[in-house]
Write a protein that binds this ligand. Structure first.
Ligand code: NAD
Ligand code: 13P
Length: 351
């Protein structure tokens, strides 16, 4: 019988947890090959050992997810072509800025009928306008691509604490169900929703709101202010998504990918944490510097997403409708001080 082979493209903090979740299910479900390949962007550890060798020797991503066993059926592979060779299902989970390059390298290397899913929160802005990462994957590789987003701080799921996620799909419900099967565990409940753009935009845009929440924390403005920022942020997320894609559904914002992810990221995410440090330092130390110092190789998505959203807003003449999104970018690039996060609401949105 033909068994489905799964490859995870990416091996950061969430990538490693995704491989662990999937590997627990491929062992259990007879329709899948036990082995899960995980592509590693190779690097040398301070010990001199290659990261891939360390992962395969310890069954643990010692750099991006220390202390967690991935499952013996996870095999790390630094060779992208080899990692995807023969795969029937591809799980993309790298920081969004690397996906364009990775897609270029994958052209002609994958099966024509492969199914893909993106766990990546972010977007690209091209001459023609914004391009979601699932669309980039779909268009560059000529394959179908679902998304999985949700309130999913990776370190908590690694410890098998209960959480939920949303699979966004375009038309094919059966494919969405296959992804749900591959990811679901008793502590990870996955719900399919037919709104791929809405689900992906929720995951992408909440990172911009998380930066704003971090500023508020750094300025010690308290819980009411943070709740206000989250509410205004959610409203801008919904308005922006619907202005880009009229098909986006209101109900999507009540799924795990919407309000739940917004809450967890504004409480406990990396974007929030680094933005707090930025505001505490009065904006004098750049995000790049703080990211390198605080995250040990992990990457922020919110700062570049704020820039990408700003480009779309200014290009379309929508800046005045999105004071929170616009102000976050202007603070990130140093045009405004962090305190502007609550001072620049004269651009009055009532969308
Ligand atoms: P990460 O930020 O922990 O790690 C960065 C990764 O980028 C590492 O695997 C590193 O090897 C890789 N990398 C560095 N330079 C590279 C290059 N030039 N080319 C390719 N890869 C390179 O990664 P992550 O947390 O797995 O994040 C991946 C995506 O998942 C992001 O879009 C993020 O928003 C999303 N996400 C993360 C979490 C979380 O809690 N970590 C939760 C949900 C979604
Ligand atoms: P951060 O990248 O801010 O840590 O957010 C993680 C996340 O997306 C949780 O769902």
């Amino acid at each position: 019988l033909h068994k489905t082979k799964v490859t995870v493209v990416g091996s950061g903090n969430w990538g490693s947890v995704a491989a662990k979740l999937i590997a627990s299910n491929t062992l259990r479900l007879s329709s899948f090959h036990d082995e899960v390949r995980m592509w590693v962007f190779e690097e040398t550890l301070p010990s001199g050992e290659k990261l891939t060798d360390a992962i395969n020797r310890n069954n643990e991503n010692v750099k991006y997810l220390p202390g967690i066993k991935l499952g013996k059926n996870v095999v790390a592979d630094p060779d992208l072509d080899n990692a995807v060779n023969g795969a029937n299902m591809l799980v993309f989970v790298t920081p969004h800025q690397f996906m364009e390059g990775i897609c270029k390298r994958l052209v002609g290397k994958i099966k024509v009928d492969v199914e893909a899913i993106s766990l990546i929160k972010g977007m690209e802005v091209k001459m023609e306008g914004p391009c979601m990462i699932s669309t980039l994957i779909s268009e560059q590789l000529g394959i179908n691509c679902c998304v999985l987003m949700g309130a999913n701080i990776a370190n908590e799921i690694a410890l098998e604490k209960f959480s939920e996620a949303t699979v966004g799909y375009r038309e094919n419900r059966a494919i969405a169900e296959k992804w749900v099967h591959l990811f679901s565990t008793p502590y990870f409940i996955v719900t399919p929703v037919q709104d791929v753009e809405g689900v992906e935009l929720c995951g992408t845009l909440k990172n911009v709101v998380a930066i704003a929440a971090g500023f508020v924390d750094g300025l010690e403005m308290g819980n009411n202010t943070k709740a206000a920022i989250m509410r205004i942020g959610l409203r801008e997320m919904k308005a922006f998504s619907k202005m880009l894609f009229s098909s986006v559904k209101d109900s999507t914002f009540f799924e795990s990918c919407g309000v739940a992810d917004l809450i967890t990221t504004c409480l406990g995410g990396r974007n929030r944490k680094v933005a707090e440090a930025f505001a505490r330092g009065g904006g004098k130390r750049s995000f790049d510097e703080l990211e390198a110092e605080m995250l040990q190789g992990q990457k922020l998505q919110g700062v570049s997403t704020a820039k990408e959203v700003y480009e779309v807003l200014s290009h379309r003449g929508w800046l005045e409708f999105f004071p929170l999104f616009a102000t976050v970018h202007e603070i990130c690039i140093g045009s405004l001080p962090p305190s502007a996060i609550v001072e620049h609401f004269e651009r009055k949105p009532e969308l």
